[in-house]
Design a protein around this ligand. Structure first.
Ligand SMILES: C[S@@+](CC[C@H](N)C(=O)[O-])C[C@H]1O[C@@H](n2cnc3c(N)ncnc32)[C@H](O)[C@@H]1O
Length: 272
């Protein structure tokens, strides 16, 4: 279920508490969104002059995202700490490198005392304009946050390194859509959801963008809820979710209409 509202209004919707809050917050980069990205220039070539993305933000709330307020609401969205071991809820917050320190400190005010930093290694860098510094960023950062008890963890009792490869989606899949400038790959989200939840658990993305988290969670049989305030992202996300569900129903024999997709295209919506 995707709601076109601020996550601050979550109470009105009576949604169940989350085993996992999985979110990618605005990085507060404002008008510098494309600052180190070739997209700042026409065809990525600075000799051709600036493109229409120069000096633009990714979206209109990417300048004043209040971390304390966000953590306060997320702490309410998470399930209570259970008595049983290995069942505690968690939050995964994708964020800018610098935001990690503020999040770790401020989370403690809301009883979220534990954290593990996660690093995702990409095979590319969006910081090509910094190439003259020789070192360019190819990492994405996230924090795994929890109150006191270690979160539910499914990996056949095997450890997982905190540096992981950035799994990308098959862009040729008929189910693939590019909706959001900060869109996270479904394959990567699925990997995280499988580790920290079981089928039937609730996953909430309070800043859902393209709806990628909801698609990943639903494909894995989790209950998915999200909020998105931007009307354009919200309606595009709704359409994408509907398209994926139609495909699933066709594959499982519940659809009324035939959408003529190849089984090999299952990709984004399968259980892997
Ligand atoms: C970094 S993007 C998320 C991208 C998403 N993970 C994806 O894969 O498409 C953050 C989103 O949060 C939304 N947002 C910002 N403040 C919000 C709020 N208070 N309530 C709900 N959504 C919010 C923005 O409109 C933006 O689309």
């Amino acid at each position: 279920m995707l709601i076109n509202d601020h996550f601050q209004n979550y109470k009105s919707y009576g949604i169940p508490k989350a085993q996992l809050v999985l979110v990618d917050i605005p990085y507060n980069v404002s008008k510098n969104a494309y600052g180190s990205n070739p997209a700042w220039y026409i065809d990525g070539d600075n000799k051709k002059g600036q493109s229409k993305l120069a000096g633009k933000s990714f979206f209109n709330t990417d300048n004043d995202f209040r971390i304390s307020e966000f953590l306060h609401f997320c702490s309410k969205l998470m399930k209570k700490e259970p008595k049983a071991k290995g069942q505690a809820p968690a939050m995964i917050v994708f964020c800018a490198f610098d935001q990690q320190f503020e999040i770790i400190e401020k989370a403690k005010r809301y009883g979220i005392n534990g954290y593990i930093n996660l690093v995702f290694r990409k095979k590319f860098s969006a910081q090509v304009l910094k190439a003259n510094m020789r070192i360019v960023g190819n990492a994405e950062y996230a924090l795994l946050l929890y109150r006191n008890k270690l979160p539910k963890f499914n990996n056949n009792k095997k450890m997982i390194f905190n540096v992981m490869d950035w799994k990308t989606d098959d862009k040729k899949s008929v189910l693939y859509e590019k909706i959001h400038p900060n869109q996270k790959p479904i394959r990567l989200l699925k990997k995280l959801i499988k580790i920290f939840t079981d089928p039937g658990d609730v996953v909430i993305d309070p800043a859902a963008g393209s709806g990628s988290t909801l698609i990943a969670a639903e494909a894995l049989g989790r209950k998915a809820y999200g909020f998105e305030i931007n009307k354009t992202f919200f309606s595009q996300a709704q359409e994408w979710i509907a398209k994926c569900r139609l495909f699933r129903d066709e594959m499982t024999g519940f659809a009324n209409s035939k959408i003529l997709m190849d089984k090999k295209q299952f990709g984004l919506w399968d259980k892997n």
